[in-house]
Design a protein. Structure first.
Length: 430
């Protein structure tokens, strides 16, 4: 069934509304993808006029870059440049490419990759995606180094460490959140007794505040910006806590238990109209919370959507993403009720992975064999309109050392995909 034009228009209006709501103090071009889940944190690309179906073998491959190094960083694309992170020879580095040709423009080392504690199982390298704002790049390494570099040349402006400077502790699989920029503030989550969330002056790295009454250990989610009843807040998900702090001073506004959290809590929450949707893996499930002043009330919860780390996307009134339920499914559920609209399992090709949305379509990337599916973002049912497999496999990955975990990005008519040291760029405009 073809997706209705009203749903497409509604989805675009929602994305535009959330952009204005979440980042009213930020200015950016529609052609920019400034970092993790985009400038409005919805993970919905503003692109239109993209291919609604792919030819056999997939869209045209424009270029391949083969020296990104180890790690699972996704991409930021700003002013025709692609920024990502990778590790080579035990050094984490920021990489800048020409987004149209794949030519390497510069690289900048910023942290020693400790490799201990996670390399043997899931590979070395950074897990975070850099954020670009006002001509600068902000990058967070697995051991807690956060740096500000110039976007044109990679020159370092300032550097801090979440453990040494803010009392944080490195989580089991390393710091993985992506820095959040809100106006002149940069938000990161060191975790710990000195305060779980810290706000820095993005120009100087100076600490503005630290959330002293919120002391949970850092997990792997990213801070979300929200306007709730006229009050600007920062929302973060921890192992057993969902919380919101005052954007001006870091004071705790509300807190909600997430007792289902276990092992690792990874997906970034979704905020809309006073409601927060969360999900995490390891049999945790999903929940919708309604914010009412200093209270957070549970609207619904279920064990259907159990998203490990591929992320979820709200398009229109429905949430799309992979669930570990029933050995892995691509799933669509209603945001306000949790009711399952549909679920689909496509054997090994598409049983688990990451999702991204653009122009009414879902871009789904399988984590094990590099299959990419184009699927209609419609609650009426699963409909695949194209698929292809990444043309080659990284030299840094085998069955016991990492998977295809970098999230897809479609912007300016191009689809960017990564498998550790390999970055692929496809023409999805046709």
């Amino acid at each position: 069934m073809k997706i209705q034009s009203s749903l497409l228009i509604g989805g675009l209006m929602v994305a535009k509304s959330l952009t204005l709501q979440a980042y009213a103090s930020e200015t950016y071009n529609q052609s920019d993808w400034t970092g993790w889940r985009g400038p409005d944190q919805t993970n919905i690309s503003p692109d239109t006029g993209l291919l609604k179906s792919w030819p056999k073998g997939g869209p045209k491959l424009l270029w391949t870059y083969e020296d990104a190094g180890s790690g699972y960083s996704s991409a930021a694309i700003v002013d025709g440049k692609l920024y990502t992170l990778g590790a080579s020879d035990s050094q984490e580095r920021v990489i800048c490419l020409d987004a149209n040709t794949g030519e390497e423009l510069w690289t900048s080392e910023f942290e020693t990759d400790p490799e201990e504690g996670y390399r043997t199982q899931w590979g070395a390298g950074p897990r975070s995606t850099p954020t670009v704002s006002d001509g600068h790049v902000y990058a967070l390494g697995v051991a807690g180094d956060i740096v500000c570099l110039t976007a044109d040349s990679g020159k370092r402006i300032w550097r801090k460490n979440l453990v040494k400077d803010f009392g944080g502790a490195v989580s089991k699989w390393g710091y993985s959140e992506s820095p959040t920029v809100d106006g002149d503030k940069l938000l990161v989550t060191p975790g710990g007794s000195k305060g779980a969330i810290v706000a820095l002056n993005k120009k100087t790295g100076a600490k503005l505040w630290q959330s002293k009454k919120l002391k949970d250990a850092a997990e792997y989610s990213t801070v979300v910006v929200a306007n709730v009843d006229g009050q600007r807040q920062y929302i973060q998900l921890f192992m057993n806590t969902l919380a919101g702090v005052n954007a001006a001073n870091g004071n705790l506004i509300w807190k909600s238990d997430w007792p289902q959290g276990r092992t690792a809590v990874i997906p970034t929450p979704i905020y809309r109209d006073g409601h927060v949707f969360i999900t995490s893996g390891y049999r945790a499930g999903a929940r919708l919370v309604k914010l009412n002043g200093k209270k957070a009330e549970v609207v619904w919860e279920n064990q259907e959507m159990i998203n490990h780390h591929g992320g979820v996307i709200l398009v229109g009134d429905h949430v799309y993403g992979f669930s570990d339920q029933r050995k892995g499914n691509l799933m669509c559920i209603e945001f306000m009720t949790g009711k399952v609209a549909w679920m689909e399992r496509v054997e090994r090709e598409l049983h688990k992975g990451a999702v991204h949305a653009a122009d009414g379509m879902l871009y789904c990337l399988n984590e094990t064999e590099g299959w990419v599916y184009l699927v209609e973002a419609s609650p009426s049912g699963f409909k695949e309109t194209g698929k292809f497999q990444l043309p080659k496999e990284t030299t840094l990955r085998d069955d016991n050392n990492g998977k295809v975990w970098s999230h897809p990005v479609a912007i300016n008519g191009k689809l960017y995909l990564r498998d550790q040291d390999l970055i692929f760029c496809y023409d999805v405009k046709g």
